[in-house]
Design a protein around this ligand. Structure first.
Ligand code: DC
Length: 227
C-alpha cells in the first residue's frame, strides 16, 4: 500500500479519535491525537500557573515541555516530560482550559512543527482541528466530521462515565459548545472544513458504519488495498 496521510478534523466530541483509532487498526497506520498534545500543554501550564497573557512565560514554559506518544495495551498514550498523562488530560478541568491555550500562536507553532515531523516518511492518521488546513494541507484524504451537539454530549458523558467520572450533562454540553466557539473563531488556524475535505455527519451512524464509509474512500485512493 502506498504511503498515505489521512487528516480528520471536526468539532469537539464528534468521534474523531474513535474513527482514527479504528482506521489505524485496519490499515496498520500510526495514529496521532493532536488534541492530546494541546491538552498536555494545558496540563503543564495549569500545574505551573503559567500566565497565558505573558508571552515570555508561555515561551519559557514551552521550552521545558517534551511531548511524545507511546503505544500501550489500551492504545496510544501521551507523555509529558516522561509522565504518562493520558488519563489526567481527559478530566474536565483540562477540557475547560484547553481552548484558551490552543489559541496561542507560540503553542500552535510548536505543536504543528512536532506534528509535521511525525508525518515524515510514513503513513499516518492524524485528528484535530487544523490538520487538513494547516498541518497537512496536502493530505491524501481529508475528512471533516460533524454530529448533532446533543448526541455528541451523550457520547462524551457515556465515555466519562465509563472512566468513573460522573459529570453533569449540561456542563459537558456547554463545554463542547464553548470549545467549538473558541476553536472556530480564533484568529490563528481556526477550525474550518478544508475545501477538499469530505464532510461526514455521523449523528445517525454507528462507529462501524462510519469506518466502512471512510474505508471505501481509502480503497478508491489505493486500488491494491485488500480488507
Ligand atoms: O480533540 P480534543 O477535544 O481532545 O481537543 C482539545 C482542544 O485542543 C480543542 O478544544 C481545541 C484544541 N485543538 C486544536 O486547537 N488543534 C488541534 N489540531 C487539536 C486540538
Amino acid at each position: 500500500m502506498k504511503r498515505m496521510i489521512i487528516a480528520i478534523d471536526g468539532y469537539s466530541a464528534c468521534g474523531k479519535s474513535t474513527l482514527a483509532k479504528a482506521l489505524g487498526k485496519v490499515l496498520h497506520f500510526a495514529y496521532i491525537d493532536t488534541g492530546a498534545m494541546y491538552r498536555a500543554v494545558t496540563l503543564y501550564f495549569l500545574r505551573h500557573s503559567v500566565d497565558l497573557n505573558d508571552v515570555k512565560q508561555v515561551q519559557n514554559a514551552l521550552a521545558n515541555i517534551e511531548i511524545h506518544f507511546e503505544r500501550q495495551k489500551t492504545g496510544n498514550h501521551v507523555f509529558l516530560n516522561g509522565e504518562d498523562i493520558e488519563t489526567e488530560i481527559r478530566k474536565m478541568y483540562v477540557s475547560e482550559s484547553v481552548s484558551q491555550v490552543a489559541v496561542l500562536s507560540d503553542v500552535r507553532r510548536q505543536m504543528v512543527r512536532l506534528q509535521q515531523a511525525m508525518g515524515q516518511r510514513r503513513s499516518l492518521i492524524m485528528d484535530g482541528r487544523d490538520i487538513g488546513t494547516v498541518v497537512f494541507p496536502k493530505a491524501d484524504l481529508k475528512i471533516f466530521l460533524t454530529a448533532d451537539p446533543t448526541i455528541r454530549t451523550k457520547r462524551r458523558v457515556d465515555e466519562l462515565k465509563s472512566k468513573g467520572q460522573i459529570i453533569d450533562f449540561e456542563a459537558v454540553k456547554q463545554n463542547l459548545l464553548e470549545r467549538d466557539r473558541i476553536d472556530s473563531t480564533r484568529s490563528d488556524s481556526p477550525l474550518r472544513q478544508a475545501e477538499d475535505a469530505i464532510l461526514i455527519d455521523n449523528t445517525q451512524l454507528t462507529p462501524d458504519e462510519q469506518l466502512q464509509k471512510v474505508l471505501e474512500l481509502v480503497a478508491v485512493l489505493d486500488k491494491q488495498l485488500v480488507f
